[in-house]
Design a protein around this ligand. Sequence first.
Ligand SMILES: [Zn+2]
Length: 199
Amino acid sequence: MPIAAARTKAIEEFAMMVNKASEKYQLIHATFAIEKLFQEKMSRESNARVIELRNQLKEENDPERQKQIHLEAKELQKGEDKRIRILVNYISISQLPETSARIAKTPNNTFIISLPKSLENVRNPDGAINFEKIKQLRELMAHELGHIVLHTGIFQLDGAPICVPGEEEEEAEFFAQRLLELRRERNSEIYNDGHYKKI
Ligand SMILES: [Zn+2]
C-alpha cells in the first residue's frame, strides 16, 4: 500500500531533520569505532578471566574459596557490556577559543568532547559548505580522539612503549594527522569516480 501523501511529507521532513543534524558531526565513524574497540577489548579480557576462574574452580576444594570464585565470575558477567561513550557538544567561544577543543570524562566512562560553537554550522550564509570549518572540526575531533585512545589508559598495545609525560600534545597531534590521512584515503576510495552514487 502506498504511503499517504501527508505521511510521505512528514517522513521527508524527518529525513531532512536527521540530515541537517548530521552535519554537526565529523569523524563519527572513528568515534563509534573507538567505543566498539574498547567494548570488544573488555569482553575479551573478561572472557579470558572467566575461563581462568572456571579452571581454578575445578581444582578448588575449599567451599569458601569456591564461593569467592563464583562471585567474581558473576561480577565479570554483569560488567560484560562495560562500555565507553563518547559524546560531542558545542560550547560558546567565551568558554573555548575558536581553534581548540576540550575533553572531559564523567565517572561512568563517558568522554565529552566540547567543540567551539562557531564551528557548529559548517555552511556559509549562502548555504555552501565551508570546507575550512570542516577541516578545523575534523582536526579538533581527531586530536581529542587521540587523547582518548592514547592517554586515558583504556587501550594498551602489547609491548608498546607508553607515553612520555609532557609529550601528550605532540602524540595526540601525530595520531590526528595519521587518522585524517587514513580517513582521506578511505573517502577518496568512496567518492572518486562517482562510486558514492552506487551506495
Ligand atoms: Zn590536546
